[in-house]
Design a binder for this molecule. Structure first.
Ligand code: 9YW
Length: 449
């Protein structure tokens, strides 16, 4: 299916409305992930939000990242949620009980797990925008990189050490939420070994009150497992080594690993350009070493038969064969040109974006040709605009401009109605989940810039 460029009027409306959404979701020091469903700052959302805001205001984009860094733990971990303000969101700070952890930050309440390391990818894009503008924007962005370089390095080093203690080259996650793809079928097998115990505190979900159709969300049984893992993290006092030996869910995540590799290379590039972190044991060399290790880990996970990367269940030692968009992790970190071309063709082909029944040829979270595909259900098939953006970004970086532009145009066509939904039904194009989702508006601005 060929998709044409939106008209000048559509582009004008879309960028105006996307800017309006981000302005409306701005709470001064941070941007909420969505107006009512997610009234806090989420880690990987903040990265996308920052790069979208940078197209209109570099200072405000940098403020978003600075605000996120205020939640960084002493271990280097950037937590997945920063609770800057009270709300009825569940699970909130009372459930996370991070006061049991010595490494928690002072001054802001946070969750106790993390999310994919998209932030330095966003920062390098902001720096690029700022340099194009020059003047005060460029100076601000370069100063920001100098000021925060060690914090980003600490974040990446945390993932590379505490989350890969045996140097497999895959970042270990302790909760499906850490992947950003909560109920993805990627995690069905490992979740089958998660057994909530009767002494888990009772809970009432808040997410269902904000959606029209509960069948589009994870089930209560899935939710109980999520909360049981949270409980296990609390009981381990958020000590990764203790959790590793006691927790039910320990999985090497290929998408997180590929993002870590890509982000580490970009951090090293910025360090070299600005003369930061030089020398044999400096941040630049450390970042390059992290990038090499995780790129190797991702490439090693590829199934030669399917051409897709696989997560590794570190409890059972088994590869997880699910046709999810995370299988395209090698596109994000590069390192094997033949595989990049094979994945490009696969992604644009009939099992993915070229599937004949898709409303728009946009990356679905699970292949519509897979038996695991569910068109309405959260991360089990719907299209998430940020995933499409990531793949377009990756293709562009690998020199695959034509393929990248196809995803960009398809992504823009999907967003032309200006709902900026959380996720979309791939066959009907129906908007699902929250509307006015910040990261969706943000990537629209980036695609339009
Ligand atoms: C939750 C905010 C978050 C995203 C996650 C997505 C969803 C629900 O919304 O999580 O309650 O945390 O799965 O990737 O960061 O947009």
């Amino acid at each position: 299916m060929t998709v044409s460029q939106p008209s000048a009027v559509e582009i004008g409306l879309m960028s105006g409305r996307a800017g309006y959404v981000l302005r409306a979701n701005d709470r001064g020091a941070f941007t909420v992930a969505s107006p009512t469903l997610y009234p806090h700052m989420w880690s990987w959302d903040a990265g996308f939000v920052a790069l979208g805001i940078a197209t209109v205001s570099v200072p405000r984009a940098l403020a978003e990242l600075r605000s996120l860094l205020s939640g960084q733990w002493a271990t280097g971990m950037i937590p997945h949620i920063l609770f800057h303000q009270p709300s009825d969101y569940f699970p909130g700070p009372d459930r996370w009980r991070t006061q049991v952890a010595a490494a928690r930050p002072a001054g802001v309440l946070t969750s106790g797990i993390c999310q994919p390391p998209i932030h330095v990818i966003a920062l390098s894009r902001i720096l690029h925008d700022a340099r194009r503008r020059g003047g005060a924007d460029q100076e601000l962005a370069e100063d920001f990189v100098r000021e925060t370089f060690d914090q980003w390095l600490a974040w990446h080093s945390y993932l590379a050490t505490a989350r890969d203690p045996y140097s497999y080259g895959l970042v270990e996650i302790h909760h499906g939420w850490e992947s950003g793809m909560d109920d993805s079928p990627r995690w069905d097998a490992p979740y089958a070994n998660v057994h909530p115990q009767p002494d888990m505190p009772p809970f009432v979900r808040a997410d269902l009150a904000h959606v029209t159709d509960p069948s589009q969300r994870p089930t209560d049984a899935e939710y109980a497992r999520y909360l049981w893992l949270l409980e296990q993290k609390v009981r381990s006092r958020y000590d990764d080594a203790v959790y590793r030996s006691t927790g039910d869910f320990v999985v090497g995540d290929v998408l997180v690993s590929a993002l870590l590799a890509a982000a580490s290379d970009l951090l090293a590039d910025m360090g070299e350009e600005l003369g930061i972190g030089q020398g044999a044991a400096g941040g630049v060399e450390q970042s390059r070493a992290i990038a090499r290790r995780f790129r190797t880990g991702v490439l090693r996970s590829v199934d030669p038969a399917t051409g897709l990367a696989r997560d590794l269940d570190l409890r059972t030692g088994g590869w997880l064969d699910v046709e999810s968009a995370a299988g395209f992790a090698p596109l994000l970190c590069g390192g094997d040109d033949a595989l990049t071309r094979r994945q490009r063709d696969l992604l644009l082909g009939p099992r993915w974006c070229g599937h004949s029944r898709l409303r728009w040829p946009v990356v679905p979270s699970v292949s519509p040709a897979s038996p695991a595909f569910r068109g309405e259900k959260y991360w089990r098939g719907p299209q998430w605009p940020v995933l499409n953006w990531l793949m377009a970004w990756a293709l562009n970086r690998s020199g695959e401009q034509e393929a990248a532009n196809q995803l960009r145009l398809a992504g823009l066509s999907q967003l032309v109605d200006c709902d900026f939904a959380e996720y979309y039904q791939p066959m009907t194009g129906e908007t699902l989940g929250s509307r006015d989702q910040s990261w969706t508006a943000a990537i629209a601005l980036d695609f339009l810039a």
